[in-house]
Write a protein that binds this ligand. Structure first.
Ligand SMILES: Cc1cc2nc3c(=O)[nH]c(=O)nc-3n(C[C@H](O)[C@H](O)[C@H](O)COP(=O)(O)OP(=O)(O)OC[C@H]3O[C@@H](n4cnc5c(N)ncnc54)[C@H](O)[C@@H]3O)c2cc1C
Length: 440
């Protein structure tokens, strides 16, 4: 009889291009496992929409396994306690999984590996969530990259793994092993179709119909110019390696620019892996101690789409209603919060994370810091998105604003030019203080 090995799924809810499943198949009979991690389930920012999106994708993964003759086993608890117990009672000799790179994921995986070691079971981490292992690309000087363009150029030169195919039949579960329940949770918003079949179909449609013009259409929020694959990429329902590979095969300027966006995803993961403190602190130390304003009312107006700036309000209403916001509008709304309202990027980051279906720690933190001017490769602090000019340029006929903001707009909560001047004054004074030597 073939020895069972656990294939432990986390943020990799797919069967295609799955190196841990592949390794499990090479070694023995894969026993697919999903642990509903109690520590993650208890997180305050885990909103009904995000929980339901995760569960629906897990249910779709279970269906995929059933189609191939296997079954996804589901248990709830703390992975470092459950895994050694389960592995021992099922008689497995190894646990295979795709390496996570967030501070929480890394710590959890270290604890799990240590707990498994004490009972003589191997933990094997495989790459597969990114094109290249985050945190490993170094400049010629041996430092982690902090600037996107050289990172992108370097990454493009590296050899890439060819995406793996979905396995054919899989061995059935040992007789008598209860599969366990997957809770059916209600979302507060309609969700996209869950599962890798839906993600792969959407990828194919995007590549065949939109990719070639991506570089021309991607900044216009009213157009179907971008892939909207981010909610699938965040839960690993879609392999980024496969997406990149298909763009490579398609070729052309649109494909190149789209690959660059996938490389931004790599860059943000690389930054968080290299500088885990950026979870809470600015990457650029000059921004330490920035005098953000603590203004609950202004924050609430921004969150609920009542700033009086049409594109900002439309963006926040799109986010509330769909769990998605177009990238251009994310930049404008985030800039408005941090620069015009002078509210701490961390407050906006938390609100986005709770409402986005693609909410991802590295991507969200990195992009918020970039927009606020305190992250890697950020535009200079004096470049401030003007929400009125941005709307005129990227939503010239107002179609995007009309789609999300049904009521006539409120008067602006703050004068654009005055808010801009206030921000510049505060930022200049802060940066001067940050640069002047401390006199002891
Ligand atoms: C303030 C702010 C917060 C953000 N928070 C998140 C987040 O939590 N999760 C998230 O996945 N993206 C985040 N982004 C990046 C970006 O807005 C989304 O990835 C993109 O809008 C997703 O739409 P799409 O799938 O149609 O993208 P496409 O344009 O089709 O791009 C393809 C893929 O490339 C990646 N990508 C695109 N733009 C970026 C970017 N700027 N940074 C990193 N990766 C990118 C995404 O994985 C995306 O799915 C944020 C951007 C900003 C400005």
């Amino acid at each position: 009889m073939t020895t069972p090995v656990i294939v432990w799924h986390r943020e990799d809810l797919r069967l295609h291009d799955h190196p841990a499943l592949d390794a499990g198949l090479l070694e023995g009979a894969p026993l697919p496992l999903l642990i509903l991690d109690e520590q993650l389930l208890a997180r305050a920012d885990l909103t009904p929409r995000c929980q339901a999106w995760f569960m629906q994708n897990a249910a779709a993964l279970r269906q995929q396994y059933r189609r191939l003759g296997s079954e996804l086993v589901v248990r709830q608890g703390r992975p470092e306690r459950l895994l050694p117990e389960l592995a021992q009672s099922w008689g497995v000799r190894a646990v295979h999984f795709l390496q996570s790179h967030t501070p929480y994921g890394l710590q959890r995986d270290r604890q799990v590996a240590a707990a498994l070691r004490t009972v003589g079971i191997r933990a094997e981490a495989h790459d597969g969530l990114y094109l290249h292992r985050p945190g490993t690309l170094r400049t010629d000087g041996g430092e982690p990259y902090r600037v996107y363009t050289p990172f992108m150029k370097r990454l493009r030169l590296l050899p890439r793994a060819v995406p793996l195919a979905t396995p054919g039949r899989l061995p059935p579960l040992p007789v008598g092993l209860p599969p366990g329940e997957l809770p059916e949770l209600k979302s507060d918003i309609p969700l996209p179709l869950a599962g890798e079949a839906a993600a792969l179909a959407q990828l194919q449609t995007f590549v065949s119909q939109h990719l070639q013009r991506y570089h021309q259409t991607r900044n216009f929020p009213a157009k179907p110019g971008t892939s909207r694959l981010s909610p699938y990429l965040t839960l690993g329902v879609l392999s980024a390696r496969l997406a990149y590979h298909l763009a490579e095969l398609a070729g052309g300027e649109g494909a190149q620019v789209w690959q660059n966006e996938l490389i931004w995803r790599e860059f943000q993961a690389h930054l968080l892996a290299s500088y885990p403190d950026t979870l809470e602190s600015p990457l650029n130390p000059r921004w330490q101690g920035f005098p953000w304003r603590d203004e609950a009312e202004a924050l609430a107006a921004w969150r609920t789409g009542q700033t009086g700036y049409p594109v900002v309000d439309a963006g926040m209403l799109e986010l509330a209603a769909t769990g998605y916001m177009h990238n251009r509008v994310r930049m404008v709304t985030a800039s408005f919060l941090t620069k015009h309202l002078l509210i701490d990027w961390r407050q906006g980051e938390r609100i986005f994370k709770a409402l986005l279906l693609d909410g991802d720690t590295a991507q969200n933190v990195g992009n918020w810091q970039w927009t606020a001017g305190c992250g890697a490769d950020a535009a200079p602090y004096f470049r401030i998105f003007n929400p009125l000019l941005q709307a005129a340029k990227f939503d010239p006929d107002g179609a995007y604003v009309r789609r999300w903001r049904s009521e006539p707009g409120l008067p602006p909560m703050i004068d654009q030019a005055a808010a801009r001047a206030r921000y510049l004054e505060v930022a200049q004074a802060h940066l001067q203080r940050a640069e002047s030597p401390v006199i002891m």
